[in-house]
Design a protein around this ligand. Structure first.
Ligand SMILES: Nc1ncnc2c1ncn2[C@@H]1O[C@H](COP(=O)(O)OP(=O)(O)O)[C@@H](O)[C@H]1O
Ligand SMILES: [Mg+2]
Ligand SMILES: [Zn+2]
Length: 511
């Protein structure tokens, strides 16, 4: 008898419904044949399925079982087909009836003892099926139920193990559908700006970065608080919208980095890959293609600590994802695209020993060593970083200070207000933030009066800025004005923006 069971396959962060056909034919030669573009994990399915069925007390008649995953042109990957294959076999051998499987979509890996183990991508699957009127129920591993039910979608049922699921399918003891939560719960992880002592200028630079969508580089000696500051950047970025949360959660689900049992992500991601990371780890890759750090940081922060330690070619591959906001991972037969829109935060020691320009330590580096060290990050990457700020060592008074700094919540309010101004400004444009402005936008929205123009021209000459450096200054000035709710740019805004060219001022003569 031929059986058809629905399942779903993910592709990037999207998914499609597929059909699994199982034929269990009387045959002199019992065995198992799997067709329809399966990858290695799918091919291993049968041994898992057979053990699971066996350990749950099903004696299978000796048949030749053929499993076909269709449509054939959809690449099927992963272990999520164990469950529908098992149910297909049970249906084909008449342990289950038509109405018990029809209209239902099944995904899940089977452990040898029949436990339904979690799989990746169930949020993408439930989101895709919400447009599918033929589907009445989605059955996922119990550990994925919250995630799959996070978008208002089909009915989601979480299956703990195969025998329990069979009771549900037969209507003996139904499993309660998972409650759908449409708002990401507010999560607090304790990283708040009020913990940071001193560093007023760095905090302000991060506020400007958050307000205008700018990338930021912090330069300072070891122990001054660069990592601490960067970790707190997500806490002042605008709150995640529902749509943003869904996309980010999908990416983490597909990557397998979503904590077990979690629903929608409530916090913007903070990713801090080590400088030894591979190119594929950074931008994504592999079989099946998995998102890299640039996508895991989507709608959040990508923090590159010790920026000068990264290999040049590693930094080079960041350029395209940063430029396009998406990254395409190409493979022989097809390509997969993942979103990659993040705020880049970098940290850098000012020189190899770390103490160049430090008041209390002597720098032991030669000028040539310093130049070579900084040369690594100049060029394309630095071109995309609007703010460069110094994070000097704390003074003894700052270290012993007990006054709490401003909280992240307060800073975020100002950030949100500045973002609101930008949303209004760009409502007819296809951009969201000042950082994304083109020359045309700048001409329109960054008009300068005579005195601020003179100030800017003077700074450009003094810092030896290129046209691009000039543009970055202007964008930052625009954000500073937005934080002050000023429609027109004035000299104070421009002067503060000039302040955030620490690297140009200290070391480089090009921007
Ligand atoms: N400005 C600061 N305010 C409060 N604590 C700080 C500050 N700077 C450094 N620290 C303390 O020193 C530790 C090391 O700081 P870190 O952020 O790792 O420095 P960096 O990244 O600049 O080397 C932090 O975990 C924190 O406990
Ligand atoms: Mg650090
Ligand atoms: Zn040094």
């Amino acid at each position: 008898m031929l059986s058809k069971v629905w399942s779903a396959a993910t592709c990037g962060i999207d998914a499609v419904r597929i059909t699994i056909e199982v034929d269990a034919a009387q045959s002199e030669q019992p065995g198992f044949i799997l067709v329809g573009l399966p990858d290695a994990a799918v091919r291993e399915a049968y041994s898992r399925v057979r053990s699971a069925l066996h350990n749950c007390g099903f004696w299978l008649p000796p048949r030749r079982i053929t499993v076909n995953l269709s449509p054939a042109d959809v690449k099927k990957e992963g272990s999520g087909f164990d469950l529908p294959i098992a149910l297909g076999i049970l249906h084909a051998t008449e342990f289950l009836h038509d109405e018990q499987i029809s209209g239902r979509v099944f995904v899940g890996e089977l452990s040898l003892d029949g436990t339904v183990a979690p799989v990746r991508g169930t949020l993408s699957i439930s989101a895709a099926l919400s447009r599918d009127a033929a589907v009445r129920e989605l059955i996922v591993p119990a550990a994925n139920a919250n995630e799959a039910a996070a978008v208002r979608s089909v009915r989601v049922v979480g299956a703990p193990h195969l025998p329990r699921l069979l009771q549900h399918l037969k209507g003996e003891t139904p499993i309660e559908p998972a409650a759908s939560g449409t708002t990401p719960e507010v999560a607090l992880d304790g990283a708040d700006f009020c913990d940071v002592r001193g560093q007023a200028q760095a905090k302000r630079a991060l506020e400007v970065a958050a307000a205008g969508g700018h990338n930021v580089l912090m330069i300072g000696p070891p122990g001054s608080g660069k990592t601490m500051l960067a970790k707190r950047l997500p806490s002042i970025l605008p709150r995640l919208s529902l749509e943003e949360s869904i996309v980010t959660t999908k990416i983490h689900s597909v990557a397998g980095t979503l904590p077990a049992g979690s629903g929608l992500l409530a916090r913007r991601p903070f990713r801090a890959p080590h400088h030894t990371i591979s190119t594929a780890g950074l931008v994504g890759g592999g079989t099946p293609p998995r998102p890299g750090e640039v996508s895991l940081a989507h709608h959040g922060v990508l923090f590159l600590d010790e920026l000068a330690e990264f290999r040049r070619d590693t930094l080079e591959v960041l350029r395209q994802p940063m430029e396009d906001g998406i990254v395409t991972i190409g493979r022989v037969l097809r390509t997969v695209t993942f979103p990659s829109r993040f705020t880049l935060a970098g940290a850098l020691n000012p020189c190899p020993c770390g103490f160049f320009n430090d008041a209390r330590h002597e720098c032991i580096c030669s000028t040539i060593q310093i130049a070579r060290y900084l040369a690594k990050i100049s060029g394309p990457l630095l071109d995309r970083i609007d703010l460069q700020v110094e994070v000097p060592a704390l003074t003894p008074e700052e270290i012993s200070s007990t006054t709490a700094g401003e909280s992240s919540a307060l800073i975020r309010e100002r950030v949100e207000a500045a973002r609101q101004i930008q949303r209004e400004r760009f409502r007819r444009a296809s951009i969201q933030s000042n950082a994304e402005m083109s020359t045309r936008h700048m001409r329109r929205y960054c008009e300068l009066g005579p005195s601020s123009r003179r100030l800017l021209e003077h700074a450009v000459a003094r810092l030896g800025l290129s046209a691009r450096g000039y543009d970055r200054l202007l964008k930052v000035a625009r954000t500073i004005a937005d934080l002050a709710a000023c429609e027109r740019l004035n000299s104070a805004h421009v002067a503060e923006a000039v302040h955030y060219r620490a690297l140009d001022k200290a070391y480089f003569r090009a921007g």
